[in-house]
Design a binder for this molecule. Structure first.
Ligand SMILES: [Zn+2]
Length: 277
């Protein structure tokens, strides 16, 4: 929750003419799917300059998930699903990292040193947490809390670089889960049905509560079936590509929705809840 101290810190980092830390789209959407996009933007608060990086570095996959927001917005429209997007670069503070993780405010990403993140004072760290991280997660909490008359299944939409550390990645799309694999298994089956695509099963990234925040906390932490969708960036770099993947995801979701909703009524016991920070 925002308190007056938080408000003051937010004002200190973001100029009044800069976008708010979180963007809400179609919050009254009727679909059971709730969409979130942790790495939607590569914007950096003006006060932080470029974090010491070249524009081309900020535009690269280390700064954000290129194409992910485009797919998420289209999917929100196709499914009539609410969507929450982060408005600032993951390099300022990563909304999908626990605050205790080294990647929360990364000093290095994919071999690139981020000068603006090196040797930060606890105060500066706190400023970013209060200005960007907390408002984003509070918005997801409020949205999910407010859906008292509708079931919610959580889908986080990401994208991944086609080549990492010199290695080409074979998957067109990946479906990842934390301890509860049930929703991921349904999505995986739906996406592989046509035989056209190589679909990663918990790849390229498995979910780990030491590294990931959104699915462990807002998904499983709430007892919601949840899944992380990762789309390879070369497939969504054009509007046509993003539209095609959004359509495939919408079709897959519709195919499995009834069965996915039954998951809400069946039990999956979570032995211990994650410690978010
Ligand atoms: Zn991402």
């Amino acid at each position: 929750m925002m308190d007056s101290d938080t408000g003051a810190s937010t004002a200190a980092l973001l100029g009044s003419d800069e976008p708010p830390p979180v963007e809400l789209v179609n919050t009254g959407g009727h679909c059971s799917a709730v969409l979130v996009c942790d790495h939607a933007s590569n914007r950096v608060p003006r006060q932080l300059g470029t974090l010491g990086l070249a524009a081309v570095q900020l535009a690269d996959h280390i700064g954000w998930d290129p194409g992910a927001a485009d797919v998420a917005r289209r999917l929100s429209t196709l499914l009539d699903a609410p969507l929450v997007l982060s408005s600032y670069s993951r390099l300022v503070i990563d909304c999908n990292r626990p605050l205790r993780s080294a990647g929360s405010i990364a000093e290095q990403s994919d071999g690139v040193t981020v000068p603006g993140n090196c040797g930060l004072s606890p105060l500066e760290r706190e400023r970013r947490i209060n200005a960007l991280y907390r408002p984003y997660h509070d918005a997801i909490d409020r949205l999910l809390d407010g859906r008292t008359r509708r079931p919610s299944l959580l889908l986080s939409i990401h994208s991944f670089t086609p080549v990492l550390k010199g290695r080409a990645r074979p998957w067109h799309i990946g479906v990842s889960h934390w301890r509860d694999r049930r929703l991921a298994a349904l999505m995986l089956e739906a996406l592989t049905r046509s035989g056209e695509f190589t679909v990663g099963d918990n790849a390229p990234y498995p979910i780990d509560a030491d590294v990931d925040y959104t699915i462990p906390v807002h998904g499983e932490g709430r007892g919601l079936p949840s899944v992380m969708i990762e789309i390879r960036q070369d497939g969504i770099q054009t509007a046509a590509g993003a539209a095609a993947w959004a359509a495939r995801l919408a079709e897959s979701y519709r195919l499995i929705e009834a069965e996915a909703l039954r998951l809400l009524r069946s039990s999956f016991s979570v032995s211990s809840s994650p410690d978010p920070s």
